[in-house]
Design a binder for this molecule. Structure first.
Ligand code: DGL
Length: 260
């Protein structure tokens, strides 16, 4: 039994969609989560800035005794995973490779769409991850600059403006005849139900859920599982805990949020 913490970070509430899956799949694990609300959104920043934020996120989480680090942010994964892995000997997992692998498994017509932040799209990491598996699969990535900040402010698929923006992006992907859609930003999981409704015959993939499948497999393989009946869950933010608590409640209820 390994009681060390799993560290998870994102720029904001998107990372909680990963924590939610983590709690469901690995209910006995101690978790420390950090949302870098001070610097959110990451998706509109330069690669250098995103690396600097991610290093700071890791430093905060590393105050705890960690056994694994999950970058629950496609944007940070695309810019900073290699840099972070160089800082530590614990395994550093991202979301992109996990989601790309799943997309390659489920696509039948070999056309995959990806909705992501501008920085993730610019990095080309989804294309790289898919083409490492199968070079014949076509990947259409669309940058959605407005969506993550809107979701972070508490807006969701009930909001007609959010739905309209989502529909516009999905139309472009439908025109490309994709049969698989990756929600390539953890914030977009909040729109997963709506995306499935709008694309009834298309596989919709959550990068958060795929990453937790990988994490579970890793913990089992490396004999790192915890069996604690009352595990500890710590939620930290770099700014505005009260505001975060309100929006976070749409994903996880009754959590205490502290300033890092
Ligand atoms: N949730 C993040 C992602 O998965 C980023 C949102 C942002 O800060 O722009 O890409």
């Amino acid at each position: 039994m390994n009681r060390k913490y799993i560290g998870v970070f994102d720029s904001g509430i998107g990372g909680l969609t990963a924590v939610k899956h983590l709690i469901e799949e690995l209910p006995n694990e101690n978790v420390v989560f950090l949302a870098d609300t001070l610097n959110m959104p990451y998706g509109s920043k330069s690669k250098e800035q995103i690396i600097a934020y991610s290093l700071n996120d890791f430093d905060i989480l590393n105050r705890y005794d960690l056994k694994a680090l999950l970058i629950a942010c496609n944007t940070a994964d695309s810019a900073a995973r290699k840099t972070l892995q160089k800082q530590t000997s614990i395994p550093v997992l991202g979301v992109i490779e996990a989601a790309a692998r799943k997309a390659c498994t489920v696509t039948e017509n070999r056309k995959i769409g990806v909705l992501a932040t501008p920085a993730t799209v610019r990095s080309g990491k989804y294309e790289k991850a898919v083409h490492a598996i199968d070079t014949d699969i076509e990947v259409y990535s669309i940058a959605c600059p407005e969506l993550a900040p809107m979701i972070e402010s508490g807006r969701n698929a009930e909001d007609p403006e959010v739905t309209e923006i989502l529909m516009g992006y999905l139309k472009q992907l439908k025109d490309r005849q994709i049969d698989t859609l990756v929600l390539g930003c953890t914030h977009y999981d909040v729109l997963e139900k709506k995306a499935k409704e709008l694309l009834p015959n298309i596989h919709v993939i959550s990068s958060s859920a795929c990453a937790i499948d990988d994490l579970k497999e890793l913990l089992i393989r490396q004999d790192l599982l915890n069996a604690d009946p009352e595990p500890e869950r710590i939620y930290l933010v770099t700014a505005d805990p009260e505001k975060f608590k309100k929006t976070a409640s749409a994903i996880l209820k009754n959590i205490e949020i502290d300033e890092a």
